[in-house]
Structures are given as C-alpha cells and as structure tokens.
Design a protein around this ligand. Structure first.
Ligand code: PAF
Length: 282
C-alpha cells in the first residue's frame, strides 16, 4: 500500500489502473478510521481491482465554530488499518494541495439539503459535494463507497452523481454499530466514558421509532415526541439539534409515514454532536 500526497500522482495511478482494465473503487474518508470505514474498504476490495481510500479533513465542509482543528488526524494508525483491509492507495493530500487558492467554484445540491444537517450546518453539504466532486475527478473511480450513517450525505452525493453525469456507481454500506447499538463514528472518540455510555440513547430512540411504526403508528409528530421523551428521560442534559421524519427519497419532512421514510436525529451528548438514522416502511 502506498500513501499518495499529490493530485498529479493520484491521477497517474488512476489512469494506469484504468489502462490495465482494472475497476477502480474509491472510499472517501476524513480518516480516524473505525470499523465502519473498514467495512467500506472491505466491500470495495471485494468488488474492485484497485482500491483507493482518500483521507482528507476537508476544511470547507466545517462551519466556523465546528471541529475542523480538533478533528482527529491519525494517518499512521489509519494506514495500518487500511493496509489490513486491502486498500492499495491512500490519497492523503494537504489542504494546500486540494485548495491552492480560494475556490470560487462549488457544487450545491438543492432541496435535499434543506432539512436535517443541511439546516443546522449551513454550507456543510456544499463543502461535502464540492470535495467529493474533486475526489471523483482526481481518482476517476468506477465505484464509490459511502456509509448509510451519513444518510443525507449519501442522498446528496447520489443526486450530484446523477445530475452532473459522473457515471459512478454509488455503493451504500450499512451502518456498523458497537455492541450496545451506538453507530460507529470518528467523533465517538470525543466522548467521555460517561457520555459514551449515555450516547446509546440515540440508537435506542431509533429502535423505539421502528417499534412504533411496526405497531402501526404513522404520525411523525407522535414518533418524534416519543423519541425526544426517551432521550431526555435518559439524558436530561442532551441537546436535541433535530429529530425528523423525512421522505426517504426527497428528504422533505412528512407528516405521516405512508411510504419509505428516513427517521434521523442529531443530538449533542456533552459537547459531542452525534447523528444516527434508520429507514422505516409503514
Ligand atoms: O463522510 C465523510 O467522511 C466526509 O463527509 C467525506 C465524504 C469524506 C467528504 O469529506
């Protein structure tokens, strides 16, 4: 496995692989690899001739008061894990390499970004779509792998890929959870031991939502109220950013669950903002 630092070298490697007829798989990440990322890499390994994992903490997807500076950067440990998972190349450019000057061109995906994290993190998805478009152009993958935990991001990228004719197969990979149900996330590393235990309330509230839908509840407000009640009864100082029931496809809020719906939430446990979601069908 090799670590590639420059766009020109990455382009060369990708062009050579394509010339050899190899299927190129891209696993875009910001590093601080956990079992969820490894699942993406293993899936890519099983389907592609060459696997590129990008590790880049993308400054333009963080808001001014967010954790860009604090985001864990653990390239050495990441490289060992990636190698074990069968990654061929890590593309780890510097911010200067990716953004040598102020970018004046951005990718905005409308409508899908109006709610959930799009509403509470203005500019976030513009930064994500822009960097993913750049990564697609640099690595020219046939297939790109994204985890379903970032449900809105997945939908945004899928739509960008279609609207801009990248022609890449976007492969969604199920959420990997800790034994107690907490969704794997690089940000879990921020949690204190006590908050780590309390953070399980997110997945518990989603389980409750699933049970309610399975037992015939269709009212979004009833589902959201039950989730919030559970969260605040277990973690009274949790700060609910949003709990939302949206159409699985359009990401627009629905009043009733009458078709496939995405139930998503963002909650601050201590000072750590965590997200999680589940897809339900009535
Ligand atoms: O999901 C992430 O880690 C990031 O948003 C991504 C897709 C690598 C873009 O920076």
């Amino acid at each position: 496995m090799r670590i590639v630092r420059t766009i020109s070298e990455m382009r060369g490697i990708s062009a050579a692989a394509r010339h050899e007829g190899k299927l190129i798989g891209l696993v875009p990440t910001m590093g601080a690899l956990h079992a969820g990322h490894i699942e993406l890499a293993l899936k890519a390994r099983s389907e592609c001739g060459i696997v590129i994992m990008s590790i880049f903490v993308n400054p333009i997807q963080f808001g001014p008061n967010e954790d860009y500076k604090a985001y864990p950067r653990t390239l050495e440990a990441d490289a060992a894990k990636a190698q074990e998972a069968g990654v061929d190349y890590i593309f780890a450019p510097s911010a200067q390499e990716m953004y040598p000057r102020e970018p004046l061109t951005h990718v905005d995906v409308d409508k899908l970004t109006e709610h959930l994290c799009g509403a509470s993190r203005p500019g976030h998805f513009r930064g994500v779509a822009t960097v993913v478009a750049k990564l697609f152009n640099i690595t020219r993958p046939d297939r790109a792998y994204f985890v379903m935990k970032d449900a809105q991001q997945l939908r945004v990228i899928r739509r960008m890929n279609e609207d801009l004719d990248f022609g890449i197969t976007i492969v969604p990979v199920p959420i990997v959870r800790e034994d107690d149900g907490l969704a794997m996330s690089s940000r879990n590393a921020y949690l204190s031991a006590m908050d780590r235990e309390r953070a399980v309330v997110l997945s518990r509230s989603l389980k409750l939502a699933q049970q309610l839908v399975a037992s015939g509840e269709t009212s979004s407000s009833a589902i959201k109220a039950a989730m919030e009640k559970l969260i605040l009864s277990e973690v009274p100082d949790a700060k609910v950013d949003y709990i939302e029931v949206v159409d699985d496809d359009t990401v627009q809020p629905v009043q009733r669950v009458t078709g496939p719906a995405l139930i998503a939430l963002a909650v601050k446990i201590g000072s750590t903002r965590l997200i999680d979601n589940v897809t339900v069908r009535p």
